[in-house]
Ligand binder design. Structure first.
Ligand SMILES: NC(=O)c1ccc[n+]([C@@H]2O[C@H](COP(=O)([O-])OP(=O)(O)OC[C@H]3O[C@@H](n4cnc5c(N)ncnc54)[C@H](OP(=O)(O)O)[C@@H]3O)[C@@H](O)[C@H]2O)c1
Length: 384
């Protein structure tokens, strides 16, 4: 970037020294459906902010004071995360600034650092997809959803993906809400469980003790679903049963396909919430009853889902995809979902399950909890 005289435009030193840094020419990098603006600052800190859209929408962010952020320094596992000082974002007319207090950790954050998440820019990149904090200007307590840059003292947020924190919730609970509950809600919506006529329908929920899993159990309880859930640990299953899960299946001890067959007297379930991929997609289809539906919403194994459509013929079954990144662009749908979710929250029926709260300095430890399957519910990072 250059000033009106064509000279390089200085930025504040990200170390907080007040020294001005010279910024190199911006580099625009295209990604699927998005463009990225990168500026390299002397001193090694690289600011990286971007937004979806066409070239005309790019170059909207600029840089001011330094702030602390969890930065994905390069592609790799939890070891690539560092708490660094980076320049604060400045919101353009389509965004608002939020002073972030806490960030919710998602499996997608792991995939992002490993370079496997569609649409995210390459590192260095500020991590994080959901957050809770205070909206600048109004002082409103908000929780929000974004694609990256949430784990920082400030983030520039889309107003339509910010929701008022429910009364009585602290910031850790609020940071644990958006991804888990919108995803779980849309899974039930896609599976056709939301009408009164669907009460008693059976659902198999994989990773039932995780973030999305525990949210799905709380919503399933409201919908009077008959819930079957898988986990690697009896201890986790005992805790999810306290949330309303009726049938826990420890997949380390028992093949879940057989367990579902036994528990449902050979009939199968109406829906499977499947986020593992690989052979589990095919197995999950085999767990279905007639006209059943697999909601495919992840690939935690890192393997392509195995899908033989011939397996669907015999049961008139189907597989439907779910991706919150995509659905979150559908404003009317998100508003309808929030209307229902916030009503359930107001009735005290939804309470985010926060298993671990860690300081931002221990972000890598949080990522490891998810990677090593040691989390229960949500892992939350305290940002400020
Ligand atoms: N499509 C979407 O919009 C969307 C939105 C949110 C999440 N997701 C997907 O949903 C899944 C859960 O996400 P989350 O953030 O709520 O994470 P999470 O469930 O809180 O954590 C992951 C859990 O998955 C289980 N797991 C099973 N196989 C695993 C494996 N090979 N590697 C690691 N964990 C494994 C582990 O629980 P057990 O040990 O109990 O099995 C682990 O604790 C992820 O696949 C994620 O990508 C998709």
């Amino acid at each position: 970037m250059k000033d009106e005289n064509g000279a390089p435009h200085p930025l504040p030193d990200a170390s907080g020294s007040g020294k001005l840094l010279t910024v190199t020419e911006p580099v625009y990098t295209s990604y699927k459906g998005s463009k990225q603006l990168e500026r390299s600052c002397a001193g090694g800190v690289v600011g990286s902010w971007s937004r979806h859209g066409t070239g005309s929408q790019v170059a909207s962010a600029c840089y001011t004071l330094p702030m602390k952020a969890v930065v994905i320094t390069r592609l790799g596992g939890p070891e690539v995360l560092e708490l660094r000082e980076v320049p604060e974002p400045v919101a353009d007319s389509n965004k608002v600034l939020v002073r972030v207090k806490a960030g919710g950790l998602n499996f997608a954050d792991l995939m992002t650092s490993q370079g496997g998440y569609p649409g995210t820019p390459k590192p260095p990149l500020v991590a994080g997809r959901e957050f809770a904090g205070v909206e600048e200007g109004t002082g409103r307590r908000v929780m929000g959803y974004t694609q990256w840059a949430a784990f920082a003292e400030k983030t520039a947020a889309a107003p339509n993906l910010l929701w008022t924190v429910p009364d009585g919730w602290n910031e850790e609970q609020a940071a644990a809400f958006p991804v888990n509950y919108f995803t779980a809600y849309f899974a039930y919506w896609e599976a056709g469980f939301l009408s009164d006529a669907s009460r008693g329908k059976r659902v198999l929920i994989h990773a039932v003790a995780g973030g999305v899993g525990t949210a799905a159990v709380q919503i399933g309880r409201i919908l009077s679903a008959d819930m079957y859930g898988t986990s690697s640990s009896d201890d986790k299953l005992t805790r999810v049963k306290e949330l309303g899960l009726q049938h826990g299946i420890n997949y380390k001890e028992r093949d879940y396909e057989e367990a579902v067959k036994d528990l449902t007297h050979g009939e199968g379930v109406d829906a499977v919430f499947e986020m593992l991929g690989g052979e589990h997609t095919a197995k999950s289809i085999r767990c279905l009853r007639d006209f059943g539906k697999v909601i495919q919403y992840g690939t935690a194994t890192g393997k392509q889902p195995q899908l033989d459509v011939r397996a669907l013929y015999a049961k008139a079954a189907c597989v439907q995809g779910l991706w919150l990144t995509y659905l979150s662009s559908k404003r009317e749908l998100m508003n309808q979902a929030w209307e229902q979710l916030s009503a359930w929250v107001a009735e005290g029926k939804l309470q985010p399950v926060v298993g671990h709260v860690l300081p931002a300095q221990q972000a890598a430890e949080g990522y490891r909890l998810l990677q090593e399957r040691k989390n229960f519910g949500k892992v939350v990072l305290k940002i400020a």
